[in-house]
Design a protein around this ligand. Sequence first.
Ligand code: ITT
Length: 204
Amino acid sequence: MKLFLATNNKHKIHEIKEMLPKWEIVTPKDFNDTDDPEETGMTFEENAYIKAKYFYDKYHLPTIADDSGIVVDALGGMPGVYSARYANLGIANCNSSDEANRVKLFKELEEVNKKNNDNNRSAHFACAIAFIDEDGNAYSFVGKTFGEITYEEIGENGFGYDCMFLSHDLNKPFGIASEEEKASVSHRGRAIRKFKEEIDKKYN
Ligand code: ITT
């Protein structure tokens, strides 16, 4: 069964392909398509739907999209849906590098902790998976995983904010977790498992 995965993020493609071994996954790259629809939503669910709908309307294949990010309690939920462009906020309307985003998050959190005279570093990752089937019906699945922001980068596994996220479930940072360990508790793993439970039976 063919599934269009509406993302240009190679790390998401790798993780989701591993999680969905029975599906034939194609991505915009396979169509030499560099389109990147603007993420104008205020929630992960809205943005995932915007991306899935854009590519469903273009290729008419069953399509999934992932919108995800890290939500830090002491920062009022930031960077949240702005996770990919956090270091560029207010400067340019494009994604910033993972490293620049991490540097900014460490700095902002340190300042807020100092101001509040505490060390609240609670955070969670969230992932919304939007799925649009071949008839255009839309579904949404959300996964979350809880933990804390570390004081320095730990490990090199994963991508994005992984090396600064201490997973409560694993009791270690995602930066030193294996792919299997991360997938077993991650926001993306949880959302994709909900997708599988609901959708797999439709196609089997
Ligand atoms: P697409 O929109 O093309 O899917 P993107 O990288 O722009 O790719 P998002 O808008 O969903 O994706 O932004 C997600 C950002 O949140 C991503 O750039 C990472 O920095 C971070 N992120 C999401 N999932 C993560 C994970 O599992 N581990 C570490 N960081 C993650």
